[in-house]
Design a protein around this ligand. Structure first.
Ligand code: ATP
Length: 494
């Protein structure tokens, strides 16, 4: 392996740069782009979908393959409407919204107040910030929306657009999207697009436990779409109306939940570091104010270009969900524990990470600008330093020139590698331009077939991050790439 050359300047791209890069190089496009987009919905392009699939596969395998007591399912997006009554989403999956009468802009009142608290804290006035958060917490708990508005006025929280305090009242807004099933209007009934994947797991708890003869503790994992009618959609794919979650519910004996909560909290933090996110850009944010069903909760936050924000939640959810489903469905949700000879409703520890937020964190972290060359030749090289296991394309195969049998040899190598890896073949443009194109999409290896290749059955391999080259035997290429891109290299760190 070539030695790593120091990067002269490496800066994390600002969000704007990352968004522009994502669009320009086929990672993420605004939805329905030719119609000027649909707010808070995005499409993954040809490289984006590969990166996202790699992240999802990695999560899936680290959950199900590395933990013999975690099994996966894939439940429907539509569910019986009573599910959302039992889960509490119909009655309380609300955000408090407020409009400014002058700018006509809509905001989440709680977010405006929290932003103000953060400003106090940034200015060093921790107490004032905390005090404000506590007051907001109490008002929200009591559903005192007038109080929330009064607090905004007292704190002189102005509309960022109009700069005025001319606010409407605060209203609760349910985030679930609804639609109708049934072809005839009279027969139709309202159902929801799931706002989280977790409930699909809870309602299948006994199905999986019985069919899989699972013994507690065990987990059920799921990856799938979730939908939320977010009031304010901002920050690119950080807050979308249609997004993807990767959730795992771990069913445990009551009383043992804290041990498992700590286990999953630490395991998940390690996982983010193992995929290449730096430890200093990750932190825990413990919830002081807990949701009514939780007895412990923590977020894993990543330092996005717009600050530390939630990427994953780890929650100890007690027996709230299963108990509630038992009440509403009138079907026992109990487990007989042969070790203690007791029937009980299990407690649950949940890990819940957004695939899109994870994608954004990985992309922001991978975006590198490096100054190269001297004097007049000085320029900026942009490359994505993605972990090889995550990179959309694992290697690009180039003939040095388009003659002398080099394209044929390169094609031969391409066809062999293609069986195992996502590789591409390119012969257009100068070799420098071809390198640049691969740097921009994060391809870890560029394989060049030159005159020497014909005589010695070797090629040069250029490493993306350090740009060093080394000679590798053609026969060793599958092993060489296989080693670098294997999930094993990540799993070993867990
Ligand atoms: P937030 O406070 O940012 O709205 P949340 O606490 O409501 O998030 P959870 O309900 O805990 O989020 O969902 C679990 C995970 O799903 C989050 O950590 C996040 O990664 C992801 N997620 C939630 N809402 C969205 C969204 N609108 N767009 C993209 N990802 C989301």
């Amino acid at each position: 392996m070539a030695e790593k050359k120091e990067t002269t300047t490496t800066t994390e791209g600002s969000l704007k740069k990352v968004i522009a890069h994502a669009k320009e190089y086929g990672f993420v496009f605004p939805s329905s782009d030719i119609y000027d987009g649909l707010q808070a919905v995005y499409d993954y392009g040809q490289y984006g979908v590969e990166l996202k699939n790699n992240l999802k596969n990695l999560w899936w395998k680290s959950m199900t393959q590395l933990n013999s007591n975690v099994m996966g399912i894939d439940a429907g997006i539509f569910m019986h409407p009573t599910v959302w009554k039992a889960s509490g989403h119909v009655d309380s999956f609300n955000d408090p919204m407020i409009d400014n009468k002058d700018s006509k802009k809509r905001y989440r009142a709680d977010v405006l107040i929290e932003d103000k608290a953060a400003k106090y804290e940034e200015a060093g006035d921790e107490n004032r910030g905390q005090n404000l958060r506590n007051r907001l917490g109490k008002l929200m708990e009591a559903n005192d929306l007038e109080g929330v508005r009064a607090l905004m006025i007292e704190e002189e929280i102005k509309c960022p657009v109009s700069g005025t305090l001319n606010w409407t009242e605060v209203r609760q807004f349910n985030l679930m999207f609804s639609t109708q099933v049934g072809s005839v209007a009279e027969d139709s009934s309202t159902i929801y697009l799931r706002p989280e994947t977790a409930q699909g797991i809870f309602v299948n708890f006994l199905n999986v436990q019985k069919s899989g003869r699972a013994k507690i503790p065990f987990g059920i994992a799921q990856i799938g779409k979730a939908f939320r009618n977010e009031i304010v959609a901002r920050q690119f794919i950080f807050r979308m109306r249609e997004f993807e979650q990767m959730e795992m519910q771990f069913f445990v004996r009551p009383g043992e939940e804290m041990k498992w909560y700590e286990h999953w909290r630490d395991t998940r933090m390690k996982w983010h570091q193992a995929i290449g996110l730096p430890a200093e850009k990750l932190k825990f944010h413990k919830h002081e104010k807990l949701a009514h069903y939780a007895n412990a909760a923590v977020d894993i936050e990543y330092q996005f270009p717009f600050g530390f924000k939630e990427m994953e939640g780890i929650h100890s959810r007690t027996d709230f969900d299963l108990k509630s489903h038992q009440e509403y469905s009138k079907k026992k949700q109990q487990y007989f524990d042969p070790e203690i000879n007791q029937n009980y409703i299990p407690y649950v520890v949940e890990t819940s990470v957004g695939a899109d937020r994870l994608f954004l964190a990985v992309l922001c972290n991978a975006y590198n600008e490096q100054e190269v060359g001297e004097g007049e030749d000085k320029k900026v090289r942009v490359f994505l330093s993605l972990h090889p296991a995550l990179a959309p394309i694992k290697a690009a195969i180039f003939p040095l020139v388009k003659k002398d049998g080099l394209p044929e040899k390169a094609q031969e190598i391409f066809k062999t590698l293609q069986q195992d890896f996502n590789v591409i073949y390119e012969e257009r443009d100068t070799i420098g331009k071809r390198y640049t194109r691969q740097d921009l999409i994060g391809t870890p290896f560029c394989i060049v077939v030159d005159q020497e290749s014909l005589a010695t059955e070797t090629v040069t391999v250029r490493h993306r991050d350090c740009t060093e080259q080394e000679r590798v035997a053609i026969a060793d290429l599958p092993n060489f790439i296989g080693n670098a891109v294997s999930f094993k290299r990540i799993f070993e760190k867990l």
